[in-house]
Design a protein around this ligand. Structure first.
Ligand SMILES: NC(=O)c1ccc[n+]([C@@H]2O[C@H](COP(=O)([O-])OP(=O)(O)OC[C@H]3O[C@@H](n4cnc5c(N)ncnc54)[C@H](OP(=O)(O)O)[C@@H]3O)[C@@H](O)[C@H]2O)c1
Length: 274
């Protein structure tokens, strides 16, 4: 597997690091092209991967190409990619809001495309990504793309129409969790704990709880019941959360972000199609 990265910014670097760390691809099978020369140099120096002089060199030396530029830079990348990808490499795009149809229309007919919605914890190899396949991507292509994103966390295939929901859930999710973390820390400070102590305890509590769910495979409600004794402290705290509509607020946040993603996507498609 030879993978080329067009764009070696935050996400491109996270994927390079994850792939090398997991031993999935040797460094000399990875090539990067970034218009920022210092980014390319940083990646080649840090990870021992190859640098391409231009986009077409990056594409020609790879059988999979990851488009990891900001959405506003995608049109210029697609223009050149369309000319260089005559060998029909697997094209994996992480550009938020750029539909598969737009990618496929710019590439040679038959080019396999996978569109991905990753999230920021990928930067610490703990991301959650959802992947959708285009018309020409078969199971082997999807397996390849899943391996790439499993190097930086968990990854699942979904139909493209669900990527807005993924954006509202796990794309925006880190912000919801951070908001909750901050509120918990403030709660500790309100009750007299020094802020650094409260912060350390809260981060570990959230991390540990998530790990418990992941490692036991138990339903969150079952684990919650285990720490909720009759008439105890936890049920008194939970009553406040329930009476103030905590769950409804969280579900509503996912709905609002999903609807916003869908509206932004519709605008982007209209702009792209002139
Ligand atoms: N960061 C995240 O957590 C996250 C989460 C979900 C999805 N995404 C998606 O991932 C993509 C990349 O995000 P990022 O945070 O990694 O962005 P980033 O840090 O800005 O990295 C993109 C890099 O590509 C370079 N670039 C721009 N145009 C180029 C071109 N024509 N050819 C080659 N390189 C080019 C950029 O240079 P300049 O700085 O000069 O533009 C920059 O160095 C975005 O589309 C974003 O929607 C990111």
């Amino acid at each position: 597997m030879k993978i080329g990265f067009i764009g070696g910014g935050n996400m491109g670097e996270a994927l390079v690091r994850g792939l090398i760390h997991a031993g999935i691809v040797p460094p000399d099978h990875l090539t990067v092209y970034d218009i920022q020369r210092d980014r390319t140099e940083h990646l080649t120096r840090t990870y021992g991967i190859r640098a391409a002089e231009g986009l077409s060199q990056c594409v020609l030396s790879s059988d999979s190409v990851v488009v990891a530029v900001k959405p506003q830079n995608v049109p210029e990348v697609l223009e050149e990619l369309g000319r260089s990808a005559l060998h029909r490499p697997l094209v994996i795009s992480i550009a938020a809001g750029v539909p598969i149809a737009v990618l496929e229309a710019a590439l040679p007919e038959g080019t396999p495309v996978v569109r991905v919605m990753p999230n920021t914890p990928a930067l610490v190899l703990a991301g959650a990504s959802a992947l959708a396949r285009g018309r020409f991507a078969d199971d082997t292509h999807m397996e390849t793309a899943l391996r790439v994103f499993r190097a930086v966390g968990v990854a699942h295939e979904v139909p493209e129409k669900l990527l807005d929901a993924v954006t509202g859930l796990t794309g925006s999710g880190p912000a919801y969790v951070l908001c909750f973390l901050e509120a918990l820390i403030d709660g500790g400070v309100l009750m007299g704990l020094p802020r650094p102590v409260a912060a350390d305890l809260v981060v570990q509590t959230v991390l540990g709880t998530a790990l418990m769910v992941q490692q036991t495979g138990k339903h969150p409600a079952a684990l919650k019941d285990m720490v909720t004794s009759p008439g105890g402290t936890t049920i008194h705290g939970l009553e406040v959360l329930e009476s103030r509509g905590f769950r409804g607020a969280v579900m509503g946040a996912v709905r609002a972000a999903t609807e916003r993603s869908s509206a932004l996507g519709t605008t982007a498609v209209k702009k792209t199609s002139g």
